[in-house]
Design a protein around this ligand. Structure first.
Ligand code: FES
Ligand code: FE2
Length: 377
């Protein structure tokens, strides 16, 4: 199965006459392998917030479509990203997150590395001819940050992160995301294709139905973008980051521009991440593709520093955390069913609603990337 064998006429047609994507883009192992080569190993992907590794020696490990990787804060306070792979015989070096205490020590034969990646210790290697410890440091990959958000990329010559983000920094400038702190995170394995999670996260057609008992019906407006991202705004003059309309929300971010005050921006930062940016907070849905029909969903929540400093922050933040987890689980239930149904030999692409504009845009981006390659700037 290759994309070229499929008929794209209806899937890529103007929305009024378009149909949903061929189901193979959600179910085929061959198409998933092509996405890995052309997208997951080429584009920037989001990891976490810088403030989640606040101290020298802090680390976090991640499983990615390119294998396990490691984010480390060095003794020089710099963040670096490496393959989480020992240079001796390939053991995983670190699991989960924590602090290295200064050196990364392989759990297998105790080779050890400085937090800038240089090999430090390698016991009993004196007989190895031609062995040069300076050539056996950890293998780095590209890392960049924007407003405290950390991104990595397997491509050796990635597009600059700011080019990838286009006008997103400008659109979100008044939210002062650089002053936010991540206070909450949650992970869940989901039996569905990565694109289904992002399509779902960009439409409010389903919210009055799937989320009738939580966030309820919503309306959205499209926001034009420049760069490798999409945006729509869910309109509400109160933050929709909590579901209880009577619950006292945290204060609005000071100095929000007029557009930002109108609601919550839902974005897709291609290929695999959503930032949802409300008037009082932001949260992300970060998708790690595992297989055509399996993904790992990482959700994180951030608040402005001033909000985190409030004396009753912890108890008030629970309403937000509860909403983020509940709504995500409601979506996951529907999406896992959709994944099973898309595998039916009897399924045929169906007509789209005017409310599916962003759904079409999400999958069109990955299809066009596979068909045409990465745009040159
Ligand atoms: S695999 Fe790491 S020291 Fe042997
Ligand atoms: Fe939803």
């Amino acid at each position: 199965m290759t994309l070229q064998n499929l008929d794209w006429t209806e899937a890529l047609a103007p929305l009024k006459i378009a149909k949903s994507m061929p189901p193979e883009i959600y179910t085929s192992a061959e198409i998933f392998a092509a996405e890995r080569e052309a997208i997951f190993l080429r584009d920037w992907f989001f990891l976490c917030r810088e403030d989640q590794l606040a101290n020298k020696g802090d680390y976090r490990s991640f499983d990615t479509p390119g294998g396990p990787i490691l984010l480390l804060r060095g003794q020089d306070d710099r963040l670096r990203c490496f393959a989480n792979v020992c240079r001796h015989r390939g053991s995983i070096l670190l699991e989960g997150s924590g602090n290295t205490g200064g050196r990364v020590v392989c759990p297998y034969h105790a080779w050890s590395y400085f937090s800038d990646g240089r090999l430090y210790g390698c016991p009993d290697m004196q007989d190895a001819e031609g062995f040069d410890r300076t050539e056996n440091g950890l293998i780095p990959l590209a890392l960049d940050t924007w407003n405290g958000f950390v991104f990595a990329c397997f491509d050796r010559k990635p597009m600059p992160l700011l080019d990838h983000l286009g006008d997103l920094p400008e659109r979100m400038a008044s939210h002062r995301l650089d002053l936010m702190r991540c206070t909450w995170e949650f992970e869940i394995d989901v039996d569905c294709n990565w694109k289904l999670l992002l399509e779902n996260a960009m439409e409010t057609y389903h919210t009055g139905i799937v989320h009738r008992d939580t966030v309820g019906a919503q309306t959205q407006r499209p926001i034009p973008t420049r760069g490798q991202w999409l945006c729509m705004q869910v309109l509400s003059d109160r933050s929709i980051a909590t579901m209880d309309k009577s619950a006292a929300s945290f204060p609005m971010i000071e100095g929000l521009d007029e557009d930002a005050r109108r609601g919550t921006y839902f974005t897709v930062i291609h290929p695999t991440c959503q930032f949802a940016i409300a008037q009082d907070s932001m949260w992300w849905l970060n998708v790690t593709p595992v297989a055509a029909d399996r993904s790992r969903l990482h959700i994180g929540g951030c608040f402005p520093e001033g909000t985190v400093a409030l004396p009753d922050f912890v108890s008030r933040a629970r309403a937000y955390e509860d909403r983020w987890e509940k709504v995500a689980r409601e979506d996951v239930g529907v999406l896992e069913g959709q994944q099973r149904a898309l595998g039916s030999v009897l399924f045929r692409p169906g007509p789209l609603s005017g409310r599916d504009d962003m759904v079409q845009a999400v999958s069109r981006w990955s299809v066009e990337r596979l068909l045409r390659g990465r745009p040159t700037l």
